[in-house]
Design a protein around this ligand. Structure first.
Ligand code: AMP
Length: 143
């Protein structure tokens, strides 16, 4: 199973923000969409960073409530690890566990084409395991 299979099920919509947006605006977007991270773009579909709820919690712990009025660019991660649609789920899981993050944007020809979160990956793996179990049950019942 690949990233393309996950996107076929969940769609390609990605909630983005800009480097100049405030942390307060980012918090509102995270809450409104019920998500854990926003991809930061500085042009049409051009990724310049990612900001997750962890960045906001860390910045609040370090800088206090004053950071809420500051820009996303002050707290985002700039070196974003991405994947492509042909990557396997296992490859994306390795990126997540190796980098200790839960979100991986998908690029297609350098353009943002979707995002995969750890819950998408877990859901896909559970589906695979359930299908394998069903195949085994069918094999045992019919052989
Ligand atoms: P997360 O687990 O996704 O909430 O993110 C944990 C930390 O990793 C935060 O500092 C994020 O900005 C950062 N992060 C999240 N996703 C990525 C990614 N794909 N590439 C690089 N850093 C990331």
């Amino acid at each position: 199973m690949t990233v393309a299979d996950i996107l076929a099920g969940k769609g390609r919509a990605v909630v983005t923000t800009t480097p100049a947006a405030t942390v307060t605006q980012a918090v509102s977007a995270l809450a409104e969409h019920g998500i854990g991270a926003l991809v930061v773009t500085d042009g049409p579909q051009r990724i310049t960073g990612i900001v997750s709820e962890r960045d906001i919690v860390r910045a609040l712990a370090d800088g206090g409530a004053a950071i809420m009025a500051g820009p996303i660019s002050a707290i985002m991660t700039r070196a974003v690890v991405t994947c492509c649609e042909s990557d396997t789920i296992n490859a994306v899981m390795s990126k997540m566990s190796g980098g200790r993050f839960r979100h991986v944007p998908v690029l297609n020809n350098g353009q943002l084409a979707g995002i995969v979160s750890i819950s998408d990956v877990v859901k896909a793996r559970i589906g695979e395991v359930e299908r394998d179990a069903e195949d085994l049950r069918t094999y045992i019942a019919t052989s």
